[in-house]
Design a protein around this ligand. Structure first.
Ligand SMILES: Nc1ncnc2c1ncn2[C@@H]1O[C@H](COP(=O)(O)OP(=O)(O)OP(=O)(O)O)[C@@H](O)[C@H]1O
Ligand SMILES: Nc1ncnc2c1ncn2[C@@H]1O[C@H](COP(=O)(O)OP(=O)(O)OP(=O)(O)O)[C@@H](O)[C@H]1O
Ligand SMILES: [Mg+2]
Ligand SMILES: [Mg+2]
Lengths: 256, 256
């Protein structure tokens, strides 16, 4: 049975893409078949994996508009068992034209249904907003994983995110649940980080992953080499944290 | 003569809000009359200034829809000469309804024209996207200031941002120019940061501000106290950097 996970948070720069690629990479290294869907017009996911986007013609945008079958837009990442459905900046325009189409919120879900049985995990990297692209991601997913920076401002958007997830559950996807919150960019020396983690534990009891991702410069260097953290610096604290997160996610799935 | 500055970058978490509030605060401390417009449904700007948003009924959303005159939605920040036009999460819904209205891209410009002569500077904090809200911000502005994190992934969105600014100049606002790029969260110990700054100098010659904002934990603590950095910790490297940035902006204006 496959699991579709949306990685979402409308707050910007919290580690959504970093979590999507490294969690995906880790699950593939453990023999799971993984598809990464990039729903962000910035298209950072492909860049982080070393994929050149200039010549891409069939991407997630064409799939959402029904112009290309999803199988033709999915491409390998060069890592065994790890495919990607990439995005380009044109996706920003697609989001506008999508608004006028029938079934505009469930286009991604319909497309993924065609290939879902070929994968154990489908991870969806969402843009920093609660727009139609993110709605497509949430409408397609079984669960939502929320990366949350250990910063005060990160707390502000949680209520709105929770509300949006409730709306999706009511109108578009009744099986959607919050898989967990991943605390990211944790700097143990800062009081603020500890206070934010405590606050989130109160707000989302039992939902916060035990694995906390530390602030680790190697994580921000890896994308410039087109490598996963496990490839760029496997001994780094960032690599160890994402390996532990993949382990924890798998354990949660087995006990569910 | 007033100056309207959009603070924009679709990459998330790069310091747009932090730059908008602290630049605004600094300009007000120097006796300029400043209005801060929050175009982000996250509404972080008001929170950073210690303003409670729960009971706000008239915000930028109602102004864009033409339901409230802008004068009734503008409120004081408690700092002399520094006002705010706040945002709440409802703004996400406004962006959707705005899409179907006449003059949808220039609603903010029309509203600001009514109060512009009461201010020397109007700063517009944009959301992390190139949606209709950001388009309203760019269509209203005389110049764009682009905060850019010293990270590899931050470079990726520059071409798209430049393209969008060109489109706005062609179709909506021929006077719009790029005022400058502000490098943020600079960590001098990291090679990557130095490489990114060099790359940006090549991409935007003469456009990069000399003032570089360092990564400084005090900047991320100040919002939890509802204070500007100049109030929270005036001796901090963050406070000194934003004071220098305000000075540099004023010098650029005088020589223009
Ligand atoms: N744990 C970490 N330690 C240090 N740097 C990190 C960490 N996680 C991510 N980064 C870096 O921080 C920046 C923001 O991360 P990322 O782009 O993954 O966030 P995002 O939520 O996907 O952003 P956006 O909202 O723009 O999509 C990137 O430059 C990334 O390389
Ligand atoms: N120079 C800095 N040093 C350390 N932390 C910073 C700095 N500038 C901003 N921050 C913190 O980093 C986070 C992101 O900054 P901010 O919210 O201003 O970015 P943004 O671009 O407005 O984000 P969004 O894309 O979500 O609107 C915040 O928690 C802020 O407090
Ligand atoms: Mg991202
Ligand atoms: Mg912001």
């Amino acid at each position: 049975q496959h699991m579709i996970i949306a990685i979402a948070n409308q707050k910007g720069g919290v580690g959504k893409t970093t979590t999507a690629i490294n969690l995906g990479g880790n699950l593939a290294q453990r023999g799971r078949r993984v598809l990464l869907v990039d729903l962000d017009p910035q298209g950072n996911a492909a860049t982080c994996l070393g994929i050149q986007k200039q010549r891409l013609e069939q991407t997630v945008g064409e799939v959402l508009l029904g112009e290309t079958p999803i199988q033709e837009a999915i491409m390998p990442t060069g890592r065994p068992g790890f495919d990607i459905l990439p995005a380009t900046p044109d996706l920003a325009g697609t989001a506008v034209s999508l608004a006028g189409l029938m079934a505009r919120e469930t286009r991604l879900r319909q497309a993924l249904a065609v290939v879902a049985n070929q994968y154990d995990f489908i991870l969806i990297d969402c843009p920093p907003s609660l727009d139609l692209l993110t709605v497509n991601g949430l409408a397609s997913a079984n669960q939502v994983v929320i990366p949350l920076q250990c910063e005060f401002l990160a707390l502000e958007g949680l209520a709105q995110l929770k509300e949006t997830i409730e709306l999706i559950r009511t109108h578009l996807n009744s099986t959607l649940f919050i898989g967990g919150v991943v605390m990211t960019m944790y700097d143990g020396r800062a009081n603020l980080a500890r206070q934010v983690v405590e606050e989130v534990r109160r707000y989302f009891p039992q939902r916060i992953f035990n694995t906390i991702i530390p602030r680790n410069i190697r994580l921000s260097e890896a994308p410039s080499h087109g490598e996963l953290i496990a490839e760029y610096d496997p001994q780094s604290r960032g690599a160890q944290a994402y390996a532990a997160l993949a382990e924890e996610l798998l354990q949660r799935e087995e006990t569910r």
